[in-house]
Ligand binder design. Structure first.
Ligand code: AMP
Length: 482
């Protein structure tokens, strides 16, 4: 019946190629609704969970619509956390790869000056957290006059984290003529009011939980006391022997303690919370995504919305304070139709909280017993084998898009009055290279980075060792970073 595929949307070849490289064959339900609406310039109000493909639902039409020639940002995407800002930036870069779309991420606890210099260069799309976005607006480093679309992602989470006033301030600073796309997993009244105030005649999309969007999750609980939580965690993990497991705790201190406990016990484990340095947080996420360790201990904020495939187990070492966050936490498992197991530790004081979560989520948690010594002993050898065996390193999903791309460094930039056109002109004259093989170009004061696509990086590097750009012979090699 549903024969719709991406070619129905009249997208340009460069976008279709990226979609196909990412392995997306059919649009997901949210994409079927949102892509045509955004292409037609409508505002949209979308109630949908992460995992439903919502990033691409706005990423695809917005990358399609961006005017490449314009240097100032045209799209502003607001995200509640730095990790999400970075993840969405990556998704947009992947979708816009062959159109050479520049997506810049701005978030707190990272160098303001570096972001400012990135914003000075061509940036088609800016993805950021509200506080830092507002900072850039106030200090004049984020020009807004060409913004024609605002995406407010995870609006309910923005609300929970107290960002709504900043979001409103940002909206007030933006041009009036623009599209607004609002995404939220739940629709509390404040979000509905925001939608009434800021969206014009929106297309309302509500993706009901279906087989595909709702993961198959077994919910269970274990009665514990505050004192025996860590031993209970050890017992349960030995018996369950998860392939991959996220353990949620309510405070940074608890995350640190649990992490230390598991390290001592020999678990391959990482930790993530808002008190850590930004770079460390990214490194941990990256390593966990690549399956470099099986266990991650995290707080809510750090793990919300993060798209990691194949988490088999979620353990709530602490029952979450907010009912909603239970749904988000357990949503880390059972993704893409796979079965997941969500276990919540409940102390005698928390029985009511557990009931409230069950009512809110329309789910029932099955009681499990603390494994006895015999069972633990029997399970131990399989468990030890698993925790001491290295997992096969997972390639990130964008690998195919990236593997054909070489980032090439040139030791000349704006100071030498070099422009993108000069590079494209010279490089596309190399035999075997066309303008299609040239990806994102980043020109800085003294250096330029150019993505060369389709596996032709070395061809360009060799040829450019002997050719001049605007009469200048530049040093050229594979970029070390960026
Ligand atoms: P999101 O809801 O944006 O967090 O996306 C969830 C996951 O679905 C991400 O890993 C996407 O790469 C993936 N995805 C998005 N759209 C599609 C599609 N049409 N087909 C297959 N996977 C998709």
């Amino acid at each position: 019946m549903n024969k719709i595929n991406f070619s129905n949307y009249m997208l340009s070849d460069v976008i279709l190629k990226a979609i196909s490289d990412l392995g997306y064959e059919m649009p997901t339900p949210v994409q079927r609704e949102v892509i045509p609406a955004v292409l037609n310039g409508k505002d949209v109000l979308v109630q949908s969970q992460t995992g439903s493909g919502k990033t691409a639902s706005f990423g695809i039409p917005l990358c399609e619509k961006v005017d490449w020639v314009e240097n100032k940002p045209q799209v502003l995407v607001l995200e509640p956390t730095r990790e999400l800002a970075q993840q969405v930036q990556e998704d947009l870069i992947n979708i816009g790869r062959y159109k050479r779309i520049k997506a810049t991420a701005v978030y707190g606890k990272a160098s303001y000056v570096k972001q400012k210099s990135e914003l000075k260069q061509k940036s088609h799309i800016v993805v950021g957290t509200p506080g830092r976005v507002l900072d850039h607006i106030i200090k004049g480093s984020l020009p807004l006059d060409k913004i024609n679309c605002l995406v407010i992602d995870e609006a309910d989470e923005m609300l929970n984290m107290g960002f709504i006033d900043q979001v409103k301030e940002i909206i007030a600073a933006l041009p009036k003529m623009k599209n607004t796309l609002l995404f939220s997993a739940t629709m509390p009244q404040t979000i509905e009011r925001m939608s009434n105030a800021y969206l014009h005649d929106p297309i309302v999309v509500k993706i009901e939980a279906t087989e595909k969007t709702t993961p198959k999750i077994q919910h269970a609980f274990l009665n514990v006391t505050d004192e025996n939580k860590l031993t209970a965690l050890e017992a349960v993990t030995i018996v369950e022997n998860p392939d991959t497991c996220i353990i949620f705790a309510n405070t940074q201190e608890k995350v640190n303690d649990t992490y230390d406990f598991l390290v001592k016990a020999g678990y391959p484990v990482g930790k993530l919370h808002g008190g850590m340095m930004q770079e460390d947080r990214f490194d941990v996420m990256d390593a966990f995504r690549k399956a470099k360790f099986r266990y991650l201990v995290a707080t809510d904020v750090a793990a919300r919305g993060i798209d990691i495939e194949n988490i088999t187990h979620v353990v709530n070492l602490d029952i979450p304070h907010e009912k909603e966050s239970y749904i988000h936490r357990v949503g880390r498992t059972g993704r893409a139709g796979k079965e997941g197991f969500a276990l919540t530790f409940v102390t005698p004081k928390e029985v009511t909280q557990k009931r409230e979560i069950e009512a809110f989520g329309e789910l029932t948690m099955t009681a499990i017993n603390l494994p006895n010594a015999k069972l633990i002993a029997r399970s131990k050898s399989a468990f030890e084998t698993k925790i001491t065996t290295k997992q096969k390193i997972k390639q990130p999903k964008a690998k195919r898009v990236n593997e054909e791309i070489t980032k090439v460094y040139f030791n000349g930039g704006k100071k030498k009055k070099l422009r993108a056109l000069d590079f494209v002109g010279t490089i596309s004259k190399i035999e075997g290279i066309t303008a299609e093989d040239i990806g994102i170009i980043t020109i800085q004061e003294n250096v330029t980075y150019i993505d060369i696509l389709n596996g032709k990086g070395q061809l360009v590097i060799q040829a450019m060792k002997e050719r001049t750009i605007k009469g200048k012979l530049l040093k050229v090699h594979v970029a070390r970073k960026k």
